[in-house]
Design a protein around this ligand. Structure first.
Ligand SMILES: [Zn+2]
Length: 115
């Protein structure tokens, strides 16, 4: 890749203001001596200005409402799943506790009956 090609890859980023200092310095240095790349940069600038003039696309209200209700539904489902997990964890813990607490009693009773 020659210098022009590597500079041209930076032009769109330069117009977007996305170059770091080193890239910007390299670009400025090259543009000072290269009319072709300068012209291409002007083309990118014109494109960026035209894009900014375009109206921002608006989503149809119906789609916005559907998306909003879908998101609310998904969030409710997540909250319900989380609640179910807590209930399940509580039930498991509770059943283990009951088992551990009643085990000596059962053992005492069955031991008492067996002996
Ligand atoms: Zn050039």
């Amino acid at each position: 890749m020659n210098e022009h090609e590597s500079i041209r890859e930076l032009l769109a980023l330069a117009v977007a203001g996305a170059l770091d200092e080193g890239e910007q310095r390299m670009l400025d240095k090259h543009l000072a001596s290269c009319a072709a790349c300068s012209a291409e940069l002007d083309g990118w600038r014109g494109l960026a200005v035209s894009l900014k003039r375009l109206p921002t696309p608006q989503a149809p209200p119906m789609l916005v409402e559907r998306t909003r209700s879908r998101v609310a539904f998904e969030m409710a489902a997540v909250a319900e799943r989380r609640k179910s997990q807590w209930v399940m964890a509580f039930l498991v813990l509770f059943s283990w506790t009951v088992t551990l607490v009643t085990w000596p009693i059962v053992r005492l009773l069955s031991g008492g009956l067996l002996s």
